[in-house]
Design a protein around this ligand. Structure first.
Ligand SMILES: [Zn+2]
Length: 92
């Protein structure tokens, strides 16, 4: 459906195993993408270096400030905003 590429500001979840070693590292972890960049030497937790596009996070993870976008799923912010009051509700 709406298959925009993952970009800065997106809420994403880790849903797949790491491409190089198959480890399900941090599966289910969600974060807001801080930046998207290509890395020719992205270091995995297994020690391997990959040529991948990385969506970085900034939450103090020991490793590695981001994940390859190939293992991420973008979450629809529309599904998460139900509890957020809108101006319309407040003024009604
Ligand atoms: Zn690995």
């Amino acid at each position: 459906m709406s298959e925009k590429p993952i970009q800065k500001g997106d809420l994403v979840m880790v849903i797949r195993a790491l491409p190089c070693c198959g480890q399900m590292y941090r599966a289910g972890f969600t974060y807001i993408v801080q930046s998207v960049f290509r890395s020719t030497r992205h270091r995995c937790i297994c020690g391997a270096f990959s040529d991948v596009t990385v969506a970085s996070c900034d939450d103090g993870l020991p490793w590695p400030r981001g994940f390859p976008i190939s293992i991420l799923k973008r979450l629809d912010p529309g599904n998460l905003s139900e509890d957020v009051p809108t101006d319309e509700k407040v003024s009604a």
